[in-house]
Design a protein around this ligand. Structure first.
Ligand SMILES: Cc1ncc(COP(=O)(O)O)c(C=O)c1O
Length: 384
């Protein structure tokens, strides 16, 4: 008998929209009525709400997460002659934004359990580095789990570095109860439409604990102007659209519940994998489930397993129209465009192995129990 397809989408935002449709449309209508489309009251209001949610004193809306990383570094005067350390296992923008500032990206390997930048490897990188001053470290809160902030705080104290959070995947995440966005000197968020807090287009945010950095980020996002048409520095146009801010402010009100749903769904995946006898400590024995550090509040922007025969599993799921994705298939040090950094295969073995083994499964607040069951059943039948 032919197999009956039971598709499961990686992400279906139409379900989220159905639940908030009236609220969002009313907020958009308000912007249309005001005819203030860039910055203005809607952006001010979202910045205040976002700062409050992150327990950060300052928040600056901007055009994207990529721009937020650039703005954070530019505000901190990071530029030519400086080096910035980050992870090779992240989205491209984490490293490309360092180059865009004119600084030198240095990479360090990740922790094999959380996939986040390892503070120990950063320590070794600093000790081995000669030349440009290491001015900042950018840990990424990958998949929605904060990097080990105890270790990075200790590193900062010993080396006098700036810590910049790449919190693009982690709005609402926390470390020992302190939200992402209030951990580092600065943080960068992305509201790309697939993010756990998402706009209806591109949008981003910088948060900071410092009034000076806030002031500089605001100036730089608007062509370096403090006074209209007087350009103190060469900034950029990275203003946030009012419609995006209005949408984001509505969604922000729902985010705590959505993040709670993501945690519930992740816990249920764990149970289903265990019940199916698929969960294992290593990929030679089965599927390695994501691990949450007890100090972290995870928001499960992604639910990522390590899978044996990952590419074959991926193909099997895709043929059955079951959503899946690889974040990320090629570490940054092996990207063609970053050849100039001088790295080679084997330089970051933990990241390279992760790139071969990780597989993200469908997770979003409205994902149904029966859909999760279909995903896990399909993985069980792959092994059978
Ligand atoms: C870890 C990380 N950093 C930076 C970005 C860049 O954000 P954006 O796509 O909004 O420019 C993303 C998302 O795409 C990301 O996942």
């Amino acid at each position: 008998m032919p197999e009956v397809l039971q598709p499961v989408q990686m992400l279906d935002f139409s379900r989220q929209f159905a639940g908030i449709r009236e609220e969002v449309l009313a907020a958009i209508e308000q912007v249309c009525t005001s005819q203030r489309f860039i910055l203005g009251p809607a952006v001010d209001s979202f910045e205040r709400a976002a700062a409050l949610a992150c327990h950060a004193p300052h928040a600056v809306g901007c055009a994207s997460g990529t721009d937020a990383l650039w703005l954070a570094m530019a505000a901190a005067n990071i530029g030519p002659g400086d080096a910035v350390i980050t992870t090779p296992f992240s989205f491209f923008a984490t490293a490309s934004s360092i180059l865009r500032c004119g600084a030198q990206p240095l990479l360090s390997d990740i922790d094999p359990v959380t996939f986040n930048l390892s503070a120990e490897s950063v320590e070794r990188r600093i000790a081995a580095h000669r030349g440009s001053e290491v001015k900042a470290v950018i840990p990424v809160h990958l998949y929605g789990q904060c990097a080990d902030w105890d270790a990075f705080t200790s590193l900062k104290q010993r080396h006098g570095l700036l810590l910049i959070e790449d919190a693009a995947q982690a709005f609402g995440a926390a470390w020992r109860g302190t939200p992402a966005g209030a951990l580092g000197d600065l943080a960068a968020f992305s509201f790309y439409p697939t993010k756990n807090l998402s706009a209806f287009g591109d949008a981003g945010l910088v948060t900071t604990l410092s009034a000076d950095l806030d002031e500089r980020a605001r100036m730089l996002r608007g062509h370096g102007m403090r006074r209209r048409y007087y350009h103190d520095e060469v900034g950029w146009n990275s203003r946030l659209d009012s419609i995006q801010a209005a949408v984001l402010e509505v969604k922000l009100r729902h985010l705590p519940r959505w993040n709670e749903d993501r945690r519930r769904i992740a816990a249920r995946y764990d149970e289903l994998f265990r019940a199916a006898g698929l969960s294992a400590a290593t990929t030679s024995e089965g599927v390695v489930l994501p691990c949450t550090d007890p100090r972290a509040t995870h928001v499960f922007h992604q639910y990522v397993i390590r899978a044996p025969r990952r590419d074959a599993m991926r193909q099997y799921l895709t043929e059955r129209q079951i959503g899946n994705e690889i974040y990320y298939p090629l570490p940054l040090h092996l990207q063609a465009s970053l050849k100039g950094l001088g790295y080679k295969p084997g330089d970051f073995p933990i990241s390279e192995l992760a790139a071969e083994e990780v597989l993200a499964l469908p997770i979003y607040p409205e994902l149904r129990d029966d859909e999760q069951q279909i995903v896990v059943d399909a993985i069980r039948s792959f092994f059978a």
